[in-house]
Design a protein around this ligand. Structure first.
Ligand SMILES: N[C@@H](CCC(=O)N[C@@H](CS)C(=O)NCC(=O)O)C(=O)O
Length: 245
């Protein structure tokens, strides 16, 4: 069956980046369309009336489906042939128990990390309670990936990349990008395992193909903290420099 895939992204959106990394890891061919979130084109809103992004339009011989949400699209991609991102049983069937264990890491630790990225972007003056949440979240992640092992290591006893690593990567890229800005969040925080994991996963070709320079996240944060932020614009190189005051 022939399938045509059109993927709508903004290259600086962490959720779109998840999907790009998974797509590249699996070797899936998509037509990639970059969307300016400040002025969403009419043709995009016709395809995707809610304007949600990332979105994937899947056209098969007998139907057209629109998928959105980074996890849904990533799991759909994982079902394609290519290197596995979920553990398999001997007959190539997904090991549902091991997948469930990974899903729990995703919905607890990685989701908590996502909330903390939002805090760093928008909250320049965190109180003690907010700093405590940040530190606890980082400590949990540090504990999951000793010496830079992959995220499934502690729970599954094997140091193999899984979908969770690629879903976590855009979040960790931002944690790394903000680490030398002197933000209160990072005081006394140990990132040793996160930094080992990050330098390891960056070696993968799928990461090299789609990673952004980290300075763009630093500049985007400056936009978000100024009164000049209306949403992610194109091209992504807009974020090579901070906003002009
Ligand atoms: N839970 C969604 C979140 C996606 C999301 O928040 N995307 C942002 C861009 S990073 C978006 O589409 N915002 C709509 C807008 O800016 O109009 C996912 O994982 O895909």
């Amino acid at each position: 069956m022939s399938i045509q895939l059109e993927l709508f992204i903004h290259p600086m959106c962490p959720f779109a980046q998840r999907v790009l990394y998974v797509m590249a890891y699996k070797g899936i061919q998509c037509q990639i369309k970059e969307i300016d979130l400040v002025k969403k084109p009419d043709w995009f809103l016709e395809v995707n009336p809610k304007g949600l992004m990332p979105a994937l339009k899947v056209t098969t011989s007998n139907r057209v489906c629109l998928l959105h949400d980074s996890i849904v699209i990533s799991e759909y991609f994982e079902s394609f042939p290519g290197p596995y991102l979920y553990p398999r049983l001997t007959n190539d069937v997904v090991d549902s128990l091991e997948k469930a264990v990974l899903d729990i890491i995703m919905s607890t630790s990685i989701d908590a990390l996502k909330r903390q990225i939002g805090q760093i972007y928008y909250n320049a003056t965190p109180n003690d309670r907010e700093l405590g949440y940040f530190r606890r979240t980082i400590a949990v992640v540090e504990d999951l990936i000793p010496d830079g092992k992959y995220f499934g290591f502690k729970a599954l006893g094997k140091d193999e990349i899984t979908l969770i690593d690629l879903l976590a990567l855009p979040l960790i890229e931002r944690i790394v990008a903000f680490k030398d800005l002197g933000l209160p969040y990072y005081q006394g925080v140990n990132l040793q395992n996160i930094l080992s994991w990050y330098s390891r996963i960056r070696q993968l070709p799928c990461v090299k193909a789609y990673e952004m320079p980290l300075i763009r996240y630093v500049n985007l944060r400056k936009y978000m903290q100024s009164n000049k932020y209306e949403g992610l614009s194109l091209p992504a190189s807009n974020y090579d420099s901070p906003p002009k005051i």
